[in-house]
Design a protein around this ligand. Structure first.
Ligand code: C5P
Length: 201
C-alpha cells in the first residue's frame, strides 16, 4: 500500500503523514527533508540556491545531513523551495523517492508532487491544505518572535513559488482526496485522513 500526502507548508500534512504511517505500520519518507538538505548544502558551500549548477552539485549531500536539526530551521524551508525549482535537482532526487515508495509492503510519502509525479500509482492520495491565515497562525504559535504578517507573507511567497514552478508544481492530483484542516483539530484531521484512506483500500 502506497499513501501519498501532498500539500503546502504548515497545512498539517507532516503530522498527518506521521499518524498514517503509525496507523498502517508503514515506513515514512518526508521528502521535504531531501530538498532541505540540498538547500542547506548549497548555503554551506557558499553557493547560490537559484543557480541550477550550484544546486545540482549539492544533490550529492551525505546521508548524515538528513539527521541534522538545521534542516528543520525556518531558513531551510525557503532555501529548499528555491533549489526545488531546478529540474536537475528534482531529477537527482527522483529515484530515491520512487524506490522508497515501491519498497515491498508499501510506504507513506509526504511532499508536494508525490501523488502527481513520484507515485502516481499510489493507492491513496491526500491533498492536505488550510487557509493562509490558519497556516500563519500555526507557524506563529511555534515562532512567537516573528510577526503574523511576516509569516503570512513568507507562506504566500512559498506557495507561489511551489505552485508556479514549471517542473512538478504543487497541485492536487485529479484522483486525490482533498482534506482542508483549517477548522480541524489535529486529532480530527488525523481521523478524517484515516477515514479517507480506508475508503480507498
Ligand atoms: O515540506 P517542506 O516544508 O519540508 O518542504 C520544503 C520545500 O521543499 C517546499 O517548499 C518545496 O519547495 C520543496 N519540496 C518539493 N517537493 C517535495 C517536497 C518538498 O518541491 N516533494
Amino acid at each position: 500500500m502506497i499513501i501519498a500526502v501532498d500539500g503546502p507548508a504548515a497545512s498539517g500534512k507532516g503530522t498527518i503523514a506521521r499518524a498514517l504511517a503509525a496507523h498502517y505500520h508503514l515506513p515514512l519518507l518526508d521528502t521535504g527533508l531531501l530538498y532541505r538538505a540540498v538547500g542547506v548544502s548549497v548555503a554551506l558551500a557558499g553557493g547560490d540556491p537559484d543557480d541550477p549548477q550550484d544546486a545540482e552539485r549539492a544533490c550529492a549531500f551525505p546521508d548524515s545531513l538528513l539527521d541534522d536539526p538545521a534542516l528543520r530551521s525556518e531558513e531551510a524551508g525557503p532555501l529548499a523551495s528555491r533549489v526545488s525549482r531546478h529540474p536537475g535537482v528534482r531529477a537527482a532526487l527522483l529515484d530515491r523517492q520512487r524506490a522508497f515508495a515501491d519498497q515491498p509492503g508499501g510506504a507513506v510519502l509526504d511532499g508536494r508532487d508525490i501523488g502527481t509525479v513520484i507515485a502516481p500509482h499510489a493507492d491513496a492520495k491526500l491533498y492536505v491544505t488550510a487557509s493562509v491565515a490558519v497556516r500563519a497562525q500555526r507557524r506563529h504559535a511555534e515562532l512567537p518572535g516573528t510577526t503574523l504578517e511576516a509569516i503570512a507573507a513568507d507562506i504566500e511567497a512559498r506557495d507561489a513559488r511551489d505552485m508556479g514552478r514549471a517542473d512538478a508544481p504543487l497541485m492536487q492530483a485529479t484522483d486525490a482526496d482533498l482534506l482542508d484542516t483549517s477548522d480541524l483539530s489535529i486529532g480530527a484531521a488525523v481521523q478524517s485522513a484515516i477515514a479517507l484512506v480506508d475508503a480507498r483500500l
